[in-house]
Design a protein around this ligand. Structure first.
Ligand code: NAI
Ligand code: 13P
Length: 379
C-alpha cells in the first residue's frame, strides 16, 4: 500500500531530540555521523570492530578515517556491542551494505525492545534483493527501522560544511497523529546542527533506491569521464540515471517524486561530480584503462556501486524494469564486456520518449560501423 506523502510543514516545534545514540560502525561515515550527533549535544557511543581505531578516538581524539577532524566531547568509542547499546535511545548502523545483516543481528542481541534503528548503508543485499532496511528488519524483529541517506561526503560533513540529508521511517497511524514523537522527526532533530539539516520522509523505498543506484551510475560517469568524454556525457548519464531510479522505485512501491529529493537527485549529483566519490573514482580509473586490481593503488576501498551493479540489476530484472546504465556497468564489471563496446551499445539503444508517458520505441539510426567507431574511441 502506498502511503500519503507527508505534508511540507516544518517539523513540530515541541519535538525533542534523542539524548543518547549508538552509532555502529566506526568508518568514515559512521564517525562523521557520530561527530554530528555529539556536536548537537547527543551523548554518542561509537562502536568499532577495530580496537586500534576505538583507542585512537578515545585517547588521541582522532581517527585515520577522518584525519584532522577533532572528536567532540560527548563522543566516546567502544569495542563491545553491549556497551554501545546500553541506554541508547536510537541506533544507527553504518557499515558497508554487505555487512548490514551480520551487524544488525549483533545489534538485535543487545538492543532494547522498541529501539529505533536507522541504517545508513547504501545498497541492495546481493543474495536476497532486499533493501538495507528490509535486511535490518528481518534481524531486528519489531523494532522500528528507518534510514538516513543523502548527498553527504563524510569528510565534508565532519568538517562542518553545510550538508542536508533525509531521515526516512515508516509513519504509523500514531506517528501521523503525533509526528513530534516519531522516530523520523526525533532523529532528524538529533542530527540537526547549524551545519547539518535533516529532512523527513516516509518513503523508504524511494529513498533507498536512490542511494543504491546513484553509486552504480557514478561508476558509469567515472568510466566515461576517464575515457576522455566531458560534461555532455555526464549530464546525460545523470539525467537518464534519475529515470532509472524513478522506474525502479515506483515498481517496488516507492514514489517517483522522492527520487527528486536529496537521497536521489541530490546524491546522484554529488557522487557523479567529483573524484572524492569512491564510486566515481573507480570508474575514472577503469575508464583510463587501469586494471581493477591496481585501482586505488591496490588498497581495499568500499565501492558500493561495484557489487550493487549486480544486485540492483538482478532486482530490476525480477520486477520487469530495465536499467540500461546500470546494466552497462554490470556487463563491464561482472561479465567481461569491453568498456567501449558496452557504452557504444548504450548510446545506440532504440530511441525512446522522454518522459516515458508516450509509448514509443524506434531503432537507432547509427550503422554498426559507426557504433564500432564510437566503441573504439571510448576504449
Ligand atoms: N563515506 C561517505 O562519505 C558515506 C558513506 N555512506 C555509506 O556508508 C556505508 C559505510 O561506508 P564508509 O563508512 O564510508 O566505509 P569505510 O570503509 O570508511 O568504513 C567501513 C567501516 O565498517 C566496518 N566494517 C566493515 N565490515 C564490517 C563487519 N562485517 N562488521 C563490522 N564492521 C565492519 C569497518 O571496520 C569500518 O570501520 C556504505 O554503505 C557507504 O555507501 C553513506 C554516506 C556517505
Ligand atoms: O554516499 C556518498 C556520498 O553521499 C559517498 O559516496 P562514495 O561511496 O562514492 O564515496
Amino acid at each position: 500500500m502506498k502511503h500519503q506523502p507527508l505534508s511540507g510543514d516544518p517539523l513540530p516545534s515541541h519535538a525533542h531530540p534523542y539524548r543518547s545514540a549508538a552509532v555502529i560502525g566506526a568508518g568514515s561515515w559512521g564517525t562523521a555521523l557520530a561527530v554530528t550527533l555529539a556536536r548537537g549535544g547527543v551523548q554518542t557511543r561509537l562502536w568499532g570492530r577495530d580496537r586500534a581505531v576505538v583507542d585512537g578516538i578515545n585517547r588521541a581524539r582522532e581517527t585515520r578515517f577522518l584525519p584532522g577532524v577533532p572528536m567532540p566531547a560527548g563522543l566516546n568509542a567502544v569495542h563491545e556491542m553491549e556497551a554501545a547499546l546500553a541506554g541508547a535511545d536510537v541506533a544507527l548502523i553504518v557499515v558497508p551494505s554487505r555487512a548490514v545483516r551480520s551487524v544488525a543481528r549483533a545489534v538485535a542481541e543487545y538492543a532494547a525492545p522498541g529501539l529505533p534503528v536507522a541504517v545508513c548503508a547504501k545498497g541492495i543485499e546481493a543474495e536476497t534483493g532486499l533493501l538495507m532496511t528490509q535486511v535490518a528488519e528481518e534481524e531486528l524483529g519489531r523494532r522500528p527501522v528507518g534510514c538516513v541517506s543523502g548527498p553527504t561526503f563524510a569528510r565534508e560533513t565532519a568538517l562542518g560544511h553545510p550538508t542536508a540529508a533525509t531521515v526516512a521511517f515508516p509513519f504509523s497511524y500514531a506517528d501521523r497523529l503525533k509526528p513530534a514523537d516519531s522516530a523520523a522527526v526525533r532523529l532528524a532533530l538529533s542530527l540537526s546542527t547549524e551545519s547539518f539539516r535533516a529532512y523527513v520522509s516516509d518513503d523508504l523505498v524511494g529513498v533507498e533506491i536512490g542511494g543504491a543506484l546513484k553509486n552504480v551510475i557514478a561508476i558509469a560517469c567515472g568510466m566515461m569521464t576517464g575515457a576522455g568524454f566531458a560534461e555532455n556525457t555526464r549530464a546525460a548519464l545523470i539525467t537518464r540515471g534519475v529515470d532509472e531510479m524513478k522506474n525502479l522505485a515506483e515498481a517496488l512501491g516507492g514514489r517517483r517524486e522522492t527520487v527528486t529529493g536529496l537521497s536521489g537527485v541530490g546524491d546522484l549529483t554529488l557522487t557523479c561530480s567529483s573524484p572524492t566519490s569512491r564510486n566515481m573514482a573507480l570508474g575514472l580509473q577503469l575508464g583510463q584503462g587501469v586494471a581493477r586490481a591496481d585501482c586505488f593503488d591496490g588498497e581495499p576501498v568500499v565501492v558500493e556501486g561495484e557489487v550493487n551493479a549486480k544486485s540492483v540489476t538482478d532486482l530490476a530484472r525480477r520486477v520487469g524494469v530495465t536499467l540500461p546504465i546500470c546494466e552497462t556497468v554490470r556487463a563491464i564489471l561482472h561479465e567481461g564486456a569491453p568498456l567501449g563496446d558496452a557504452f557504444a551499445a548504450l548510446w545506440a539503444r532504440p530511441i525512446e520518449a522522454e518522459p516515458r508517458a508516450m509509448d514509443l520505441s524506434f531503432s537507432h539510426p547509427a550503422t554498426d560501423q559507426a557504433i564500432a567507431t564510437l566503441a573504439e574511441r571510448i576504449s
